[in-house]
Design a protein around this ligand. Structure first.
Ligand SMILES: Cc1cc2nc3c(=O)[nH]c(=O)nc-3n(C[C@H](O)[C@H](O)[C@H](O)COP(=O)(O)O)c2cc1C
Length: 302
């Protein structure tokens, strides 16, 4: 067995896989289940200050190579503190990353101060593509990314991760803004804007008209974002987008990710974390390499 422990700043994961935000992340019970299925850490559903119902349905459509969703950030607001209190008391718990969303630095700071007691790190969702006034509407401008990150990092003594959108011309400008603002890591990528139309009714399928694409269809986009961010930043990059097996995860790691998050594939198979970790372990053992040897290796010329 290879040592798959990986450090992201002050946090150590037993293996480089994590649950991505928004999937099975709204209740202590489901997060506990994901922990016990082999994930190195879990990221919660994104939480705002007030409860939200989200968009009218349909909120999810299966498409070739993935899903299109426009949930609209439904969440229970501050009541989620109760779930986290239960989860953080678990004996065998893994690191808990609390994902937060807001529409201004003050909202993010208030959320961060409330949730920091139960979190090992905070992930700022500056990248949801389908919630008006939130996500990419505050996270597409480098100045706003820097301001929000800076406010939160000055107010709480916890690692701050910033989740970036690919729906911009240059994701590295957002990454650099996050780094300048004091981020401890960036997470790339959130979903890619898209839509589907039902030809019989001649209407968009999703209640919100458009949504965010996830799953294997976005993997090459995500790998390129990670590759570019790794070159442009000094803080760690965490990769997410279309991972469903160990080869996918290794692509992200070779592009420069220190760890990966898995979302859509969890809906099909909760054992994906264990399979990915075991697959990476076997790959490294066969090649006589450590995990550290492989991070960013695709950048090296021989
Ligand atoms: C149903 C669904 C809900 C999501 N909710 C959130 C969320 O609340 N916050 C967030 O930052 N990302 C959210 N995401 C994005 C995922 O965390 C991830 O970035 C994206 O789906 C790409 O990874 P994947 O291809 O492994 O799913 C959501 C994705 C899906 C499919």
């Amino acid at each position: 067995m290879i040592d798959l422990n990986v450090g992201i700043g002050k946090i150590t994961l037993v293996n480089p896989t994590m649950l991505a935000a928004g999937i099975m992340g709204s209740a202590a019970s489901s997060l506990r289940r994901v922990m016990s299925c082999g994930a190195g850490a879990v990221v919660t559903k994104s939480i705002g200050l007030l409860p939200r119902e989200g968009h009218p349905g349909p909120v999810l459509a299966e498409v070739t190579g993935g899903y299109l969703n426009a949930l609209g950030l439904p969440n229970m607001g501050l009541a989620f503190l109760d779930e986290l209190e239960i989860l953080s008391a678990e004996d065998e718990r893994k690191p808990i990353i609390v994902s937060l969303f807001g529409d201004c630095p003050e909202d993010f700071v208030e959320l961060a101060e409330k949730f920091c007691q139960y979190a090992d790190a905070l992930e700022l969702n500056l990248s949801c593509p389908h919630a008006q006034g939130y996500g990419i509407e505050v996270g597409s401008e480098p100045a706003a990314v820097e301001a929000i990150t800076n406010s939160v990092s000055r107010h709480v003594d916890l690692p701050i991760w910033v989740k970036l959108t690919p729906n911009v011309t240059d994701i590295t400008a957002l990454g650099q803004a996050a780094e300048k603002g004091g981020a401890d890591a960036v997470v790339a990528i959130n979903t890619v804007k898209g839509m589907v139309i039902d030809v019989e009714s001649a209407r968009p399928v999703l209640g919100n008209v458009f949504g965010g694409l996830s799953g294997s269809a976005i993997k090459p986009i995500a790998v390129k974002c990670v590759y570019d961010l790794y070159s442009a930043l000094t803080i760690p990059v965490i990769g997410v987008g279309g991972i469903s097996n160990y080869e996918d995860a290794l692509e992200f790691i070779m592009a420069g990710a220190r760890a990966v998050q898995i979302g859509s594939a969890v809906a099909r198979d909760l054992s994906v974390f264990e399979h990915v970790a075991v697959g990476i372990d076997r790959y490294l053992a066969t090649k006589g390499l450590t995990l550290e040897d492989v991070v960013g290796v695709a950048h090296k010329s021989y």
